[in-house]
Write a protein that binds this ligand. Structure first.
Ligand code: UDX
Length: 455
């Protein structure tokens, strides 16, 4: 098939590269010509495991092409995938200007003699599919030359390629059977798991024989995306609430999580207590669904509470430090980790930013270290008056306390004796519960985890 992908962010590039490796011809378009020029040179703008190898292999084989003039590609495509960003506005609503401008551009280019399926991968508010259909339809008479499909993605940063080719499910919210048939063919290698080894992606997990396909209405598909993220984010907030109770009653949330997660109705994942979620999806999608519900006159209390618990979990770190050190004015605090999770330099809605701002407001002196996200942080947040250090030990030097914000592997392997030797006071607030309390206390640290007994 001939495919066009619009928007070379995370989702678009991953989707394009994976589809190209199944033998489809994929034209990738972005309105930023500089991005297209660097992709043509096989420079991949995002840090993602395996991505460089996969893009290189498909560019070399001629299956993956990058273009800054989309019209000829749109005209000959069987499928056009919209994967542009929908960043949050201040109201909580996503900004759909890029999405609608892509839709208009597609509408103008569609060939009325050919059936084209327009697929939405961007996360858009429930109901957007009908606006898309009318934009596409308004450019020509009748709708028979195109179909619309809402096909949400569920990929995690850092596991994006894996999640794309070995997904738990594929959701197709389609306007008509004809479109379902086209997209089923497009994804057949994934549904039937019939592809061989792909460059940059580990071999298929043994248990995976076939991927479940959910074919439904567009509005159901749009809702599935929000519902999935609401469940995951709320699960984290719920375990954080349990952690906060654990702290008070002297229980250990890591043990409680294990005991709870072994119940297969609950499941072991997303039960890590800590400073809460960050990243590009959860905060944005919960704000968006709250906004949508509000438009219909409904207030979803649990979703609102999940957001509030998440905010409070970040503030809690500053309160914990005050409990341990008293007034934070003039105190030196070392921060380990800036990115919202390990193995990425992504700082979108990163808890580190709120924690650092909270500390600076209290008059603390803040030193930070992150293995990959420091350059991004300097560039995006010049307002943060912190000192960037080039190792964890340097960030800890002379500090009154050290805070673990992101669970990078290298922090788990820190030499505790050396760490204690360089700190002014051996105090650790572990926002990700990476250390064993007994072992670290034995080294002479005052240790405060999340949801774990003080002694
Ligand atoms: C998430 C969803 O997993 C994905 O399905 C969706 O499409 C986009 O949002 P991502 O943002 O890449 O993906 O990150 P993920 O690995 O899911 O982690 C999200 C946040 O939750 C991180 O800040 C992480 O630290 C936090 N988290 C996760 C916890 O605090 N505890 C947990 O148990 C799991």
């Amino acid at each position: 098939m001939i495919i066009s992908v619009v928007g070379m962010g995370y989702v678009g590039l991953v989707t394009g590269a994976c589809l190209a490796s199944f033998g489809h011809k994929v034209f990738c378009y972005d309105r930023d010509p500089a991005k297209i020029e660097s992709l043509k040179k096989k420079i991949v703008p995002v840090y993602e495991k395996g991505m460089k190898e996969l893009v290189e292999a498909n560019v070399d084989s001629g299956q993956l092409l990058f273009t800054s003039s989309p019209n000829p590609a749109f005209r000959i495509s069987d499928v056009i995938i919209i994967a542009v960003g929908t960043p949050a506005l201040k109201t909580g609503e996503p900004d759909l200007s890029s999405f609608f401008s892509a839709a208009r551009q597609i509408g103008e280019s569609l060939d009325p003699e050919r059936f084209t399926v327009v697929v939405t991968k961007s996360t858009v508010p429930v109901g957007t599919w009908s606006k898309l259909a009318s934009i596409l339809g308004s450019q020509r008479d009748g709708h028979s030359h195109f179909g619309v499909v809402s096909n949400p993605e569920f990929l995690r940063e850092g596991n994006a390629l894996w999640d794309t080719v070995y997904p738990d499910r594929i959701v197709l919210g389609a306007c008509c059977q004809r479109s379902v048939k086209v997209i089923r063919d497009l994804y057949r290698p994934i549904i039937e798991q019939s592809f061989g080894n792909l460059p940059g992606i580990p071999p298929r997990p043994g248990h995976l024989k076939r991927v479940e396909l959910i074919v439904t209405t567009p509005v159901n598909a749009e809702m599935i995306k929000y519902a999935a993220n609401v469940f995951l984010a709320t699960k984290i907030s719920l375990i954080n609430e349990i952690a906060n109770i654990c702290e008070r009653v002297g229980a250990d949330v890591t043990v409680v999580s294990r005991g709870v997660g072994l119940d297969h109705r609950i499941g072991p994942e997303f039960l890590k207590a800590g400073i809460g979620w960050g990243g590009s999806c959860f905060g944005k999608d919960l704000a968006s669904i709250l906004h949508t519900a509000g438009k219909y006159g409904y207030f979803p209390q649990i979703i609102d509470a999940a957001v509030q618990v998440n905010t409070r979990q970040r503030q809690k770190i500053v309160l914990d430090l005050e409990d341990l050190l008293g007034d934070l004015g003039g105190r030196t605090i070392g921060i380990l980790g800036l990115s919202f999770k390990p193995n990425t330099n992504d700082l979108r809605d990163a808890p580190s930013l709120d924690i650092i701002s909270g500390l600076l407001e209290k008059g603390a002196v803040v030193k930070v270290y992150d293995p990959v996200a420091m350059d991004e942080c300097k560039r995006q947040h010049p307002e943060l008056t912190v000192t960037y250090e080039y190792s964890a030990i340097k960030a800890a030097s002379n500090a009154d306390a050290l805070v673990i914000v992101t669970e990078w592997e290298e922090f788990r392997n820190l030499d505790l004796k050396q760490l204690k030797g360089v700190m002014k006071q051996a105090v650790i607030v572990d926002g990700r519960n990476i250390f064993a309390p007994r072992a670290i206390r034995k080294e002479g640290f005052i240790y405060k985890g999340i949801g774990r007994p003080d002694k």
